[in-house]
Write a protein that binds this ligand. Structure first.
Ligand code: NAD
Length: 362
């Protein structure tokens, strides 16, 4: 285990966050505070109603809406929005929605160098990062650029109450995965560690309440707070095995993003368990459970709240396990426990069957 308390770098790109029910109504003054006058709303089709109400709130700063954001940010969608930006003389992008809408605004900002104000409506966390991803000619490339990090983020829990319970659970566990991997990142630091532990605590407590009562503003606030912290640490440190596995399963086998994170997280924790003891102690504190029970308790959050627990139920084909293990073990990357093809194959087999992960403390 690295020792983040002995020597570390701390890199945080500044942004302004407004948090609280109803805060979206401050959107026009925030656009003004950034020195901007003409805003284009970028959203997904299903967010049209929200987009219309935000358009009204923008008043004379409203220039138009593009509500055709789709998953994985195909390059042609960026070209379409760039054309709108030029036609409407836009000087700021309002990203309204989940990772897809925010991702599209980021792709446009990369081309046009314009500021983004984000109003997230899922727990994806893209709003807090300077990471972009674009699909072109069947390949998704990712990178980092400070210009794509939203300058202002408005977290308004009233906007997330419509996210269905099952999507809330998996999107929330996706957020938790950012925090978990930040705890054992090779370049973690004490500040990131504190935020990551608090993120896991807030999400573990609030997600079951969100599933039980999706309209609860209190539960939505607590879960958005946890997701915000998770995204903040995602922006600052490197992700490890879990993200590599999910990237492989999504990119090469078309597995659904947040659901795959939900299934895989307990197994990635179990894999690293004896190689990241500080992180596991933090998780035990955050989850209020026995040290050795951490991977199982993370899986219980999904199991007890009608979430997926196996790759099989997500439609993964058993005959692809070998190929997935091969791909995930290619190209070395930082991870507390060395990544060996044979061990990854065992991990994937367990995840395929959804066996409750069990660890022997060493
Ligand atoms: P998404 O934006 O595609 O949203 C999922 C679905 O939920 C969509 O159909 C959307 O219209 C709908 N939706 C969104 N908010 C809703 C609401 N409040 N009520 C009802 N429906 C709602 O997906 P996502 O899970 O938010 O984000 C996943 C994407 O984000 C992935 O492509 C991932 O790669 C990317 N991502 C990027 C970063 C980054 O830092 N760049 C970080 C995390 C995720």
């Amino acid at each position: 285990m690295n020792s983040p308390w002995a020597e570390f770098d701390f890199n945080a790109l500044p942004n302004r966050v407004l948090f609280g029910a109803g805060r979206r109504r401050e959107v026009a003054s925030e656009v003004g505070a950034l020195g901007c006058k003409r805003a284009l709303i970028v959203a997904t089709e299903s967010q049209r109603t929200f987009a219309r109400s935000v358009a009204d709130m923008l008043g004379d700063k409203y220039a138009g809406t593009h509500s055709e954001a789709v998953q994985h940010v195909p390059y042609h969608t960026i070209e379409a929005v760039v054309a709108e930006v030029e036609r409407l003389d836009v000087d700021i992008l309002i990203a309204l929605g989940g990772g897809s809408a925010i991702g599209l605004a980021k792709g446009v900002a990369l081309e046009r160098r314009q500021p983004i104000l984000a109003i997230p409506t899922t727990y994806s966390g893209s709003e807090m990062t300077h990471i972009w991803g674009i699909s072109r000619d069947g390949r998704k490339t990712t990178g980092r650029d400070p210009i794509v990090k939203p300058r202002t983020v408005i977290y308004d829990p009233e906007l997330i109450v419509t996210l269905p319970a099952h999507l809330s659970l998996t999107s929330g566990i996706n957020a938790m995965a950012h925090a978990v991997e930040a705890l054992y990142a090779y370049n973690t630091n004490p500040i990131v560690f504190m935020m990551a532990e608090e993120s896991v605590r807030a999400l573990a407590v609030s997600l079951p309440k969100v599933v039980a009562n999706p309209a609860s503003i209190e539960a939505r606030s607590a879960s958005l707070y946890g997701a915000w912290l998770g995204a903040t640490v995602l922006d600052q440190v490197a992700m490890s095995l879990h993200h590599k596995l999910c990237h492989t399963l999504g990119g090469s086998f078309g597995m659904p993003h947040a659901q795959t994170h939900t299934v895989m997280l307990p197994y990635a924790i179990a894999y690293n368990f004896n190689y990241a003891q500080d992180a596991m102690q933090a998780l035990a504190r955050a989850l209020d459970c026995d040290f050795a029970d951490v991977p199982g308790v993370v899986q219980d959050i999904a199991r007890n709240n009608h979430g997926p627990t196996s790759l099989r139920e997500l439609g993964f084909e058993q005959e692809n396990l070998d190929k997935a293990a091969e791909t995930a073990a290619q190209n070395p990357y930082a991870n507390p426990r060395p990544v060996k093809r044979k061990h990854i194959r065992e991990l994937l087999e367990q995840a395929f069957r959804g066996v409750r992960p069990h660890v022997v403390v060493q």
